[in-house]
Design a protein around this ligand. Structure first.
Ligand code: PLP
Length: 375
């Protein structure tokens, strides 16, 4: 059994993917081929925003957004304590301070109350300027933007949606990657919409931001590539990856998102009486980057993982360590509020096999193993 079965997906889409890749090779337009712009149009239409700017990976996408806002030394950017390292890394990379904010146990996402408390603490200290919030759509579910955005606006900050895991999710019919002033996603192979290598994209409704992003992703180009008006990056999506994504986006829209939600509902139905299963609040939709259950404590969680391993069932711990305990960050700068929900989640969380091609028979094996362990 695979944790995320990319081989099965390829078998289902093989003829279209092979043809798409071959067309790129035949054209030899490996960088900025026509498939890149076509994909950007399709992605923008799907998400429901004016502009999509593709780039080399999700981490670059986050960095490019911070560059647009000129975030740097002396600035505070608020980041959930429970996320992948890159969400905070990009802040430190720009020379600003990532201030970690606790999450809500039910949804694993940024707690608006903790956010407001952290902003107030930073203001009271008077050393850093609150500039932006990076809200993460963890495990496929959008953060609570209805409650986060008013706080962002109240303090005159910018909102960056880290939708690396959230592509395809939504709130009240509005799609993930449309909630930020700028939104970012990743096409790393295991994400909800993945390519065959690294890839990423940015989304915005703002024409000026879009233009700036187009410049920043190609060495700060002005009129052309050899007229450089600012310092940027080299961060483009390869044409081959765009071709792969065109086919995969079609499958994602036509059935994968529906099927992965079917798998999630079935897990919840069969497991919710023995472990804490993920909560999707009314009106929210998840794209199920992960299906993460909660055990009572670390010992139980590690015990279940061991039991699953003995039965050759893969599982993952996302994430074993809170951001504020990562050695790369200086805790004395980054910690302003209580982060105990995150610390608890890191001990208790376990993600089980999850993807649109997971068969009921495979699911039953996972469910039986979890239920036996809890019996
Ligand atoms: C994967 C991920 C990223 C980084 O994306 P890459 O394409 O791997 O650079 C950023 N944030 C979150 C929440 C992620 O899961």
């Amino acid at each position: 059994m695979q944790f995320r079965d990319l081989k099965k997906q390829y078998q289902a889409l093989k003829s279209d993917i092979d043809r798409g890749i071959q067309e790129v090779i035949d054209s030899s337009a490996f960088i900025s081929g026509r498939q890149v712009e076509a994909l950007e149009r399709e992605l923008a239409a799907y998400v429901g925003v004016k502009h999509c700017i593709s780039c080399a990976n999700g981490t670059d996408a986050l960095s490019l957004a911070l560059m647009v806002w000129d975030i740097g030394p002396g600035d505070a950017v608020f980041v959930p304590d429970f996320t992948f390292f890159a969400s905070g890394e990009v802040v430190a990379f720009e020379g600003a301070v990532p201030v970690f904010v606790d999450v809500e146990e039910d949804t694993f996402n940024l707690s608006p109350d903790s956010l407001e408390e952290a902003v107030e603490k930073v203001l009271a200290e008077g050393k850093l300027t609150p500039k932006a919030v990076i809200a993460v759509d963890l495990f496929g579910q959008p953060a609570d933007y209805g409650r986060i955005l008013p706080i962002v606006r109240k303090y005159g900050m910018k909102l960056l949606e880290d939708g690396a895991q959230g592509f395809g999710g939504g709130i009240g019919g509005r799609k993930a990657c449309s909630f930020g002033d700028i939104s970012a996603t990743s096409f790393f192979p295991a994400k909800p919409l993945g390519c065959y290598g690294d890839g990423g994209a940015l989304f915005t409704d703002d024409d000026d931001i879009a233009e700036l992003l187009l410049s920043l992703r190609v060495h700060g180009k002005g009129g052309d590539k050899y007229d450089n008006v600012r310092v940027g990056m080299n961060s483009r999506l390869d044409t081959i990856q765009a071709a792969v994504l065109q086919t995969k986006l079609r499958a994602f829209r036509e059935y994968e998102l529906r099927d992965v939600n079917r798998v999630a509902s079935r897990y919840t139905e069969l497991l919710s009486d023995v472990v804490k299963t993920p909560v999707v609040p009314e009106g929210f939709e998840s794209s199920w980057a992960q299906y993460s259950i909660l055990l009572d404590n670390r010992q139980e969680r590690d015990g279940l993982q061991k039991a699953l391993k003995q039965q050759e069932i893969p599982s993952m711990i996302y994430y074993p360590k809170p951001m504020h305990l990562q050695k790369a960050f200086r805790a004395e700068d980054c910690v302003k509020v209580d982060l105990s929900v995150t610390t608890g989640l890191c001990d208790r969380v376990l993600s089980i096999p999850m993807h649109p091609y997971l068969q009921p028979e495979e699911q039953d094996i996972v469910v039986d193993a979890v239920r036996r362990f809890r019996a």
